[in-house]
Design a protein around this ligand. Structure first.
Ligand SMILES: Cc1cc2nc3c(=O)[nH]c(=O)nc-3n(C[C@H](O)[C@H](O)[C@H](O)COP(=O)(O)O)c2cc1C
Length: 128
């Protein structure tokens, strides 16, 4: 279910979060976005539901990583796993779709990798 390089750190982590999106998120819109009938934009429009849920779920996952690190925790996001198997095991009603996993805890400094190189702003962004 998990890629070989991710097994040990996941077993060691006190918590592994599954960042997943809810394909029926639009049922909450009458409460969360009450000034228009936003639910009706999504009902029956599967491509729009998938894209919107994936986009917003990815943002929430990134905020989870930032929040954990702001609290002094280490957060190790992982996409190396079998989403289909995780979904079958943890979300059997198929309403939630896993995106990525995040190991949370206090890492062993002596075993953490050094920070990877980063692209410069000029390489990563195009100013239009
Ligand atoms: C969405 C995502 C998926 C990742 N998947 C894996 C993974 O499956 N295995 C792994 O060892 N590292 C993976 N990484 C990279 C590590 O988690 C990396 O060490 C960590 O992101 C480093 O910290 P940074 O977020 O400051 O770059 C992934 C990173 C991201 C953002």
């Amino acid at each position: 279910m998990i890629a070989p390089q991710n097994v040990e750190k996941t077993l060691q982590a006190p918590v592994t979060a599954i960042v997943a999106h809810d394909l029926r998120f639009y049922d909450e819109l009458p409460r969360l976005f009450p000034h228009v009938d936003a639910r009706s934009w999504f009902v029956g429009n599967e491509p729009l539901v998938d894209a919107t849920a994936f986009r917003n779920g990815s943002l929430q996952g990134a905020y989870l990583i930032l929040a954990a690190r702001a609290l002094g925790l280490d957060a190790g996001p992982m996409s190396g796993f079998d989403n289909e198997k995780v979904d079958r095991e943890f979300f059997p009603d198929r309403q939630l779709r896993s995106n990525f996993l995040v190991n949370l805890g206090y890492g062993d400094r002596s075993r953490l990798h050094a920070r990877n190189p980063r692209l410069s702003f000029e390489e990563a962004a195009r100013v239009l």
